[in-house]
Design a protein around this ligand. Structure first.
Ligand SMILES: Nc1ncnc2c1ncn2[C@@H]1O[C@H](COP(=O)(O)OP(=O)(O)OP(=O)(O)O)[C@@H](O)[C@H]1O
Length: 365
């Protein structure tokens, strides 16, 4: 964490994220840039007797452009899976159209250019990763040589080379998610649909999955991502659409939608106290309101990943940081008066290092 960095934020009035108005941004993309286009797309699920049951999607107009990561967000039941099924041609629209690569979504041939990671991958539990990928390669009519090369590339990409010969029933949730992704990429698709790709992954797996998604975009792939993990969406998506009860409520670039208006943020390192005081004076002189001027905090994800990497680099080393709030308050028992849940003086201390306020990196093994 860069503790020598200072963030300044001032504000003249109440701060709300920009873009509260519905559907802030409309497409300006040219036809050839558009990979998915929905036009006035509606889907009504009907019951056995043909009576209307659920209006799952209402006049949806979105465009997903070549080479972008597009997030499709919304609460449970808002129509995300219905949209994906319509894009794949697994459902017919009630009205409107979906075009994928300029072809009607019901033309299943276009699916050869699409990779799909469903929310739950149903893979054969008694095959290992290599056999699984080889099987899906055969479905795409890949030759033996092509399959061998592609399986090798994908196992490396998703970090499963070491587990390639283990049956999938022995895999952890995170490993299953990775083999699911590898399976979705077997045909080297141009468009990748990812439904909750980070489900079941630990923070390291989540970071790797996000890096992988960004790397795929850098290779020129187009990615449509559905996720309830809004932090992950914010980290990787270029644009998002937010659905609610089948209706499009917001559409735009993530950076534009999240920008807080009328607030200025300045990050500087190496500022002296004198310089900070001058900044305070300047803000006051201009009649602005200083909201905060402090060291920024890192994210919990960064903290967690740093600890894990440090532990891997130095097995057995302990890292215990004492913050002011960990330290006993003046009215708490002194060190020579053990509290009820602390060991008496003649009992062995369970964790001496934790109490001594050792700083990061102290070796207590
Ligand atoms: N086969 C179906 N028959 C009837 N109604 C359905 C069917 N599939 C989905 N629905 C309904 O359509 C609406 C949209 O469902 P959908 O699965 O598209 O939402 P979602 O946004 O993907 O939800 P989640 O976040 O829970 O996956 C919901 O009210 C759902 O109950």
């Amino acid at each position: 964490m860069d503790t020598d960095s200072t963030a300044v934020a001032d504000s003249a009035d109440e701060n709300t994220p920009a873009g509260a108005a519905p559907v802030a941004a409309r497409s300006t993309a040219t036809g050839s840039d558009v990979v998915i286009e929905t036009r006035n797309l509606s889907k009504i699920y009907k019951d056995f007797w043909g009576r209307k049951k659920v209006h799952a999607l209402k006049s949806l107009d979105i465009e997903v452009r070549k080479g972008e990561i597009f997030g499709l967000l919304g609460p449970n039941g808002s129509g995300k899976s219905t949209t994906i099924k319509l894009i794949l041609g697994l459902l017919f629209p009630t009205s409107g159209r979906v075009l994928v690569f300029d072809k009607d979504a019901t033309e299943t041939k276009k699916n050869e250019q699409i990779g799909y990671l469903p929310e739950e991958s149903y893979l054969y539990q008694f095959l290992n990763a290599e056999e699984t990928l080889d099987f899906y390669g055969r479905l795409f009519d890949m030759s033996g040589r092509q399959r061998k090369q592609r399986v090798e590339e994908l196992l490396t990409l998703v970090g499963l080379q070491g587990a390639r010969h283990r049956q999938l029933r022995e895999y952890s949730k995170g490993m299953r998610r990775r083999v699911g992704l590898a399976q979705a990429l077997i045909n080297d698709p141009d468009l990748i649909l990812l439904d909750e790709p980070t489900t079941g992954l630990d923070p390291i797996g989540i970071r790797e999955m996000k890096d992988l998604i960004l790397a795929l975009r850098d290779q020129g792939k187009t990615i449509l991502l559905c996720s309830h993990q809004l932090g992950d969406v914010q980290d990787v998506c270029d644009r998002v659409a937010i659905l609610h009860q089948g209706e499009l409520k917001e559409l735009g670039r993530v950076t534009d939608l999240l920008k807080v208006q009328d607030v200025t943020e300045v990050h500087a390192s190496g500022l002296s106290e004198e310089a900070k005081n001058e900044i305070r004076e300047v803000i006051a002189r201009h009649g602005a309101d200083l909201k905060s001027m402090d060291n920024p905090t890192a994210t919990m994800e960064d903290l967690f990943l740093n600890i894990v990497r440090e532990s891997e680099a130095r097995p057995g080393a302990r890292r215990v940081s004492a913050t002011a709030s960990d330290e006993p308050a003046a009215d708490e028992p002194a060190a020579d008066e053990p509290a009820a849940d602390e060991p008496a003086a003649d009992e062995p201390a369970a964790d001496a290092s934790a109490a001594d306020g050792s700083q990061a990196g102290s070796d207590k093994s």
